[in-house]
Design a protein around this ligand. Structure first.
Ligand code: FDA
Length: 583
């Protein structure tokens, strides 16, 4: 009905994937419109663990401080407790999210940014505000209905939910960041592997002052094993901190085969009191919602001018805290490519690398999160718990680990082993930082991949193999200290070399001019503004001092050359031409 409006990129959804896509595109100066169905952002806390990779991305686009100001900090999130109720008996604890002293160094060494906890209700407004301030046209109460692709644009029909009127938005590209039940993904018929709604969970939000019970063991996650807790996708009841220590969210399973239950406020209060272990607890129930657990991922993330990101292409339980993180990382991968194609510095084939690079990540994280959920089974069997037990049988089984008998000792050994397995959910540093891309936007240098001497899911191994994220090292001078990541901002390609590699500066200038692409050289050495302060960069750079590493806008390594070649400009041009899919 209304007049058609034009934009470069239309984004459907203002969740982590959509709002961050808008922020990244606006940061790069790409005109975009973001529409979202509701009148505001997420109305429940939802995703919360924000890993180091995501914090680095926030640092890159200048919002890390704003996020930290609203977040519960790293050191308050990781004394994860397993118990029979919050006030009751403790089965064990595991230090999580890098908070164990023996793991903390790995996290400190790997990144300029530590992880933290920020619920979606706090994060989304920061993303939306910054996107909008930088240029995004944000439209609430606006629903995506359908689209039609043309050779050089997409016509998207949207509904203004206030007036009931439809309108066509004409965009050069469309991003469907419309969540697990994505209509955009369905409309482009993305092929999915796996299933939706394999288990049912309910979220109960409530306020209650629990500081006395938890302040001495600060965590965002308190796992409660009680009768009924092995139903549902997560495997145990979860009391999750939303704000320390008086805003909470309980996740409790239900049997999805029995249909969707009716949960009253009185039922919810009963569940809260049971899990806290205080029959008279003063608590105010602030919300009840039901959701399905999924194990599904897309194998293609694009059809022509339409892309999907976030839960639209990977659907999984909250285990490992990967949902919002991966969604933001998808958009970070996609936005610079769209910008490069739109400003004419890259060929359209560059956009194909979004699927090549992110579809394997979708598969990996869906698999990891579901496996982590299932691995709770080990703890249940270690505790002697079986489906169908009565409350008395269950209590007796849990108590059997106290017996001064060989059987009791075996139980204790099994409980310890089951808890150790949970490192794959709560300290999976390699999963979070070790993503390695293979695509035409990465030039293979023919060297063997750097081996990881430790478990690659638990441990991140820094290296500069093409396709991996640039390793972090602190560099700088007597006035300033920066991360190597700070040297390689989202707005450009960065070529990193050392003192004897200064010839790369001319080479990069020549190639920049020839291709019209910003390639800025950073020389790290004592003759320059940026010195290898702790000699850490020397340890991880994986090339000789006069070699070079070409870093993409998204801080992944595009190309690496071991020593200064005879024609650095020629070699750099060949590499960049390939990376950007130019003729
Ligand atoms: P997300 O679902 O966040 O956003 C989708 C966006 O699309 C919304 O802005 C919506 O309004 C919009 N939209 C949808 N259809 C539209 C249409 N037709 N037109 C216009 N806009 C449309 N994760 C976790 O780690 N821990 C947790 O505890 C939870 N809990 C949780 C609870 C509930 C109820 C949900 C729904 C999800 C979770 N999650 C979670 C998952 C987590 O929230 C999820 O991984 C991220 O939000 C994914 O971000 P996206 O931006 O991809 O989708």
């Amino acid at each position: 009905d209304g007049d058609t409006v034009d934009t470069d990129v239309l984004i459907v959804g203002s969740g982590p994937a959509g709002a961050s896509a808008a922020l990244f595109l606006s940061t790069l100066g790409v005109p975009n419109i973001m529409i979202t169905k509701y009148r505001w952002t997420a109305n429940t806390p939802r995703a919360h663990i924000t890993n180091q990779r995501t914090m680095e991305i926030f640092r890159d686009v200048g919002i890390e401080d704003q996020v930290l100001a609203e977040a519960t900090p790293h050191e308050m999130i990781g004394d994860t407790v397993f118990c029979t109720s919050i006030a009751g008996e403790e089965i064990g604890r595991i230090l999580t999210w890098g908070n164990h002293p023996a793991r903390h160094a790995d996290y400190e060494l790997a990144s300029p940014s530590l992880n933290c906890d920020i619920p979606q209700t706090y994060l989304e407004p920061i993303l939306v505000k910054n996107a909008t301030m930088r240029g995004t046209q944000t439209r609430f109460s606006t629903e995506y209905l359908s689209h039609v692709q043309h050779p050089d644009h997409v016509d998207v029909t949207v509904l203004d939910r206030l007036t009931g009127r439809t309108q066509v938005i004409r965009a050069k590209y469309l991003i469907g960041a419309d969540g697990a039940r994505s209509k955009v993904a369905a409309d482009i018929d993305l092929s999915m592997v796996g299933q939706m709604d394999i288990a049912g969970s309910m979220n109960i939000t409530f306020t209650a002052d629990l500081e006395k019970l938890v302040g001495h063991r600060p965590s965002v996650l308190y796992w409660v094993i009680q009768p009924g807790s092995n139903i549902g996708g997560i495997g145990a009841g979860l009391v999750r901190m939303v704000r320390p220590w008086n805003e909470w969210l309980i996740v409790w399973g239900f049997d999805i085969d029995q249909g969707v239950p009716e949960v009253t406020e009185a039922d919810a209060l009963q569940i809260v009191r049971n899990l806290i272990g205080d029959p008279g607890l003063e608590a105010e129930i602030t919300g009840i919602s039901l959701w399905g657990n999924n194990e599904q991922y897309a194998t293609r993330l694009q059809s022509g001018r339409v892309f999907c990101a976030g839960d639209a292409v990977h659907k999984h339980p909250p285990s490992n805290g990967l949902g919002s993180n991966t969604s933001i990382q998808d958009s970070y991968n996609l936005a610079w490519k769209l910008a490069a194609v739109l400003n004419g510095t890259a060929g359209e084939e560059l956009l194909e690398t979004y699927t090549a690079e992110r579809a394997p990540v979708a598969r990996q994280i869906v698999t990891r999160a579901n496996q982590s959920g299932r691995e709770f089974g080990e703890l249940f069997s270690a505790l002697g718990l079986e489906p169908g037990q009565t409350e008395e049988e269950m209590t007796a089984a849990i108590a059997a680990r106290k017996d001064a008998t060989p059987a009791g000792a075996e139980r204790r050994r099994q409980v310890k082993a089951a808890m150790e397995l949970k490192n794959y959910e709560f300290n999976a540093h390699g999963v979070e930082l070790g993503q390695r891309y293979t695509s035409s936007a990465v030039v293979d240098d023919g060297r063997e991949p750097t081996p990881n001497p430790r478990d690659p899911e638990l441990y991140y191994e820094p290296c500069t193999d093409p396709g991996v994220r640039l390793p972090h090292a602190w560099v700088g001078n007597c006035i300033e200290k920066s991360s190597t990541h700070d040297l390689a901002p989202y707005s450009r390609f960065t070529l990193i070399t050392g003192t004897t590699g200064a010839a790369w500066e001319d080479a990069a200038r020549t190639v920049s001019d020839r291709l019209g692409v910003d390639v800025t050289t950073v020389v790290i050495g004592p003759d320059r503004d940026i010195t290898d302060l702790y000699f850490d960069w020397d340890r991880v750079r994986g090339i000789a001092e006069d070699g070079a590493i070409l870093v993409r806008p998204d801080t992944h390594i595009a190309w690496r050359v071991e020593t200064l070649p005879s024609d650095p400009a020629g070699d750099l041009e060949t590499a960049l031409t390939a990376v950007l899919s130019r003729e």
